[in-house]
Design a protein around this ligand. Structure first.
Ligand SMILES: Nc1ncnc2c1ncn2[C@@H]1O[C@H](COP(=O)(O)OP(=O)(O)O)[C@@H](O)[C@H]1O
Ligand SMILES: [Mg+2]
Length: 239
């Protein structure tokens, strides 16, 4: 299956933030988005997640033959798109088990599968019985989102600031889990990150540099070294 984003333009609060963003990836691939603060990375994640206030004014997003932009947030999840935002939303009154059932997870042995995934990530099991994201540390939230990946087995998982709030050990565990997901069921992983550390255990198929709302460069893993050395300045798009 292929996820194709073409010419995506998104307005936020009356301002055009994404200005013709193109990106496509196949199942089983790992694509990484890097870029300076304010370049529109989170806006892409929000628009894919159908968050209110992120208005798509042009372009298309297709998952196989499905027009993603025509679907509601929950329909997108059922179509196989899992979106983990930079600040995971708190859902008081709803526990992860109920949320995963609502998202279409097979109820048979669900709690056990959740426990097995949490153990792989070094997430305390007790966290799985609290309300979704309520009173969780940043690192616990990220790991709880990755538990969802292992349980729901989405076709594509998109992570905004995948490494924020994670210590190096947790980052390694998350990276290894997602790397395994690409092989276990051909999960496609689109990860937004600032840090090269993640790429030690999750080898990207491609790295995309986003600047001023567009992909301005695409390359292989070596692009991360170039960014580390030269920063984003050489890639900055004209405003
Ligand atoms: N909800 C919002 N309201 C107003 N401006 C926003 C909102 N979300 C994003 N923006 C603006 O859009 C631009 C891109 O933001 P964002 O996508 O969060 O960047 P990044 O994730 O790459 O740091 C910034 O100028 C930001 O201020
Ligand atoms: Mg962001």
């Amino acid at each position: 299956m292929r996820l194709v984003i073409e010419g995506l333009c998104v307005e936020v609060a009356g301002k055009e933030v994404l200005r013709g963003l193109d990106l496509s990836m196949d199942s089983g691939e790992v694509h990484v988005i890097m870029g300076p603060n304010g370049s529109g990375k989170s806006t892409l994640a929000h628009a894919l997640a159908a968050r209110p206030g992120y208005v798509v004014t042009a372009g298309s997003v297709t998952l196989g033959t499905t027009d993603v932009l025509a679907l509601s947030a929950s329909e997108r999840a059922r179509a196989g798109l899992l979106l983990a935002l930079q600040q995971p939303l708190e859902v008081p009154g709803v526990r992860p088990l109920e949320m995963l059932r609502a998202a279409g997870a097979d109820p048979v042995g669900l709690r056990e599968r959740m426990s097995a995934e949490a153990a792989r990530l070094g997430l305390r099991d007790e966290v799985l019985d609290r309300f979704v994201n309520v009173d969780l540390s940043g690192g616990e939230r990220k790991r709880a989102e990755v538990v969802q990946v292992g349980v729901l087995r989405p076709a594509f998982a998109v992570f905004d600031e995948i490494d924020s709030g994670l210590d190096v050990d947790a980052l390694g565990a998350v990276a290894r889990r997602l790397d395994a997901a690409t092989r276990e069921w051909g999960c496609g992983v689109l990860a937004i990150t600032h840090f090269r550390r993640l790429l030690h255990e999750l080898t990207p198929t491609k790295i995309h540099v986003v600047s001023a709302g567009r992909v301005v460069a695409t390359g292989g893993p070596e692009l991360a070294e170039v960014l580390e050395r030269d920063g984003y300045e050489p890639f900055r798009a004209l405003p």
